[in-house]
Ligand binder design. Structure first.
Ligand code: GLU
Ligand code: ZN
Length: 489
């Protein structure tokens, strides 16, 4: 193992966002490429906002994507616990060591007082002014006598902070733009600004790869890693790479409110992990100019954080659909069958467990649809007509209206007569009989001839191939559906 250690530190406050999963993927690929360690750390110090569902969805999502973690919840590791809610004593200890060393100080100001001072001085600098940096014992005692409880602030350096971002190159922040910031609330609760770098330091994180939205917190964190190193915690500043913003519709950042921004939507729609991973990789990275379909293994092999593009990436549903379809085409029919099964069961198309009859029919039917579906979620709709109880079979009202008009019904009638005469019920015999009766006999173009028959037999205008479908449906059911259609009022 190399000493590369990266982390994915989600907060379990809601459903998991695709931008978050993109960060997980890039960290994971970076760790695997370098033979390093991928740490999952759950940032659940905000007890009021965490949910069990949020926690489960993080673990489930990573598992679904196939991104395994080397250290973290459920697997443990040498720097645990990996849920921040179990580390409050660690943060309290580090905070008091920072205070004792003079790296951080108590601040008794209210927000109103800070604002009032800014107005009075005419300063344009936002944030805290360092007022409590050098309180005397008397000043302290006076504040305490008023019943004030302090927040703890980090003493920021007076020099600019710069770093070489692995994605964006040199980034510089001026000292005046990064004021002393709070590490602990007045009630002693540790803030994200403290716990995130403390854990990076204690967990020996070497590289922080995360979204560009967090770039503005990086100078504060760098100052804190340095202060921590001075008090003997960690080993200084990790390297940073800020991944490009993910844009949604209309030049705005993809937000949690946007359709498609949650991973669960894609999982439920029957997208493949392979497809989603490949697409998320393209949000900032590419394997080659002329190639956009690849596997996770290929990504790991080729991944180079320095080749991530800093420009905003657009979340493009059409592109995602196309990439997913390309991965569907790479799967065998058997693989598609087993992956589509839960979708078929949830839709009630086949039983759970499947009866032997359903299993056999599914095995015969899947080759007809595997090539045609772009997501697993499309399978139930295409296959339902084969599995449905005859009494429950219905025609799509819109398709029936359009295709089973007077002309359509004459076509269905002719199809019934032709198929009734077929002796061996096979795809070839069915095709021959329908071709002879409708195309040659009635002189219809194939599309006009077979459309009404398709609606009568499958219930829909879009279905698996007609002749094969009729064969699978069997003679009795096929003829009964044609008969029902031609005699419909
Ligand atoms: N818990 C933070 C978040 O989910 C972590 C940010 C980071 O990667 O440092 O936004
Ligand atoms: Zn103050």
């Amino acid at each position: 193992m190399s000493d590369v250690r990266v982390r994915f530190p989600p907060s379990p406050t809601g459903f998991i966002h695709v931008g978050n999963i993109r960060s997980a993927l890039f960290n994971w690929a970076f760790a695997r490429h370098h033979g390093g360690t991928f740490v999952l750390r759950v940032e659940d110090t905000d007890l009021a906002r965490n949910t069990d569902e949020g926690y489960d969805s993080i673990l489930d999502s990573l598992r679904w994507m196939g991104l395994d973690w080397d250290e973290g919840p459920e697997v443990g590791g040498p720097y645990g616990p990996y849920r921040q809610s179990e580390r409050f004593d660690v943060y309290a200890d580090v905070a008091s060591r920072l205070r004792e060393a003079g790296e951080a100080y108590d601040c008794f100001c209210t927000t109103e007082e800070v604002d009032a001072r800014r107005k009075a001085s005419g300063s344009k600098v936002q944030g805290y002014d360092g007022h409590c940096r050098e309180l005397s014992a008397e000043q302290r005692a006076a504040f305490e006598a008023e019943g004030r409880t302090p927040v703890l602030r980090l003493r920021m350096p007076d020099e600019p902070i710069d770093f070489d971002d692995l994605v964006r190159g040199t980034v510089t922040f001026q000292a005046k733009d990064v004021p002393d910031f709070a590490l602990l609330r007045a009630n002693g609760a540790p803030l994200y600004t403290l716990v995130n770098p403390v854990d990076d330091a204690m967990m020996k994180i070497t590289h922080v790869l995360r979204g560009e939205d967090l770039l503005s917190s990086t100078p504060r964190q760098i100052a804190l890693y340095r202060a921590l190193e001075r008090i003997g915690v960690g080993q200084g500043v990790p390297e940073f790479g800020h991944l490009p913003i993910v844009m949604g519709e209309g030049n705005k950042r993809l937000s949690k409110r946007d359709a498609g921004s949650g991973l669960a939507e894609w999982v439920d729609a029957g997208y493949l992990p392979e497809g989603l991973i490949n697409y998320l990789a393209l949000l900032g990275w590419g394997i080659a100019e002329d190639r956009d379909v690849f596997t996770l293994e290929e990504m790991v092999e080729a991944f180079d954080i320095r080749r991530v593009n800093p420009n905003p990436a657009r979340f493009d549903r059409k592109k995602l659909a196309a990439i997913n379809a390309a991965h569907m085409r790479r799967l065998s029919v058997d693989e598609i069958t087993s992956r589509a099964l839960p979708f078929l069961q949830r839709a009630g198309v086949v039983g759970d467990p499947m009866s032997p009859g359903d299993a056999q029919l599914l095995e015969q039917a899947m080759p007809l649809v595997a090539e045609r579906i772009n997501t697993l979620g499309e399978a139930p709709d295409l296959l339902a007509f084969l599995f449905v109880d005859e009494a429950d079979f219905t025609l799509d009202p819109v398709d029936a209206e359009r295709l089973l008009d007077a002309d359509g019904l004459r076509v269905v009638d002719a199809a019934y007569t032709a198929l009734e005469a077929v002796e061996t019920w096979s795809t070839d015999a069915i095709q021959e009989a329908l071709q002879a009766a409708l195309v040659n006999g009635l002189g219809l173009k194939p599309r006009v001839a077979f459309g009404p028959v398709r609606v009568a037999v499958t219930g829909k205008r879009v279905s698996p191939p007609l002749f094969e479908s009729l064969e699978l449906l069997g003679r009795a059911r096929g003829l009964a559906r044609l008969d029902a259609a031609r005699t419909r009022a």
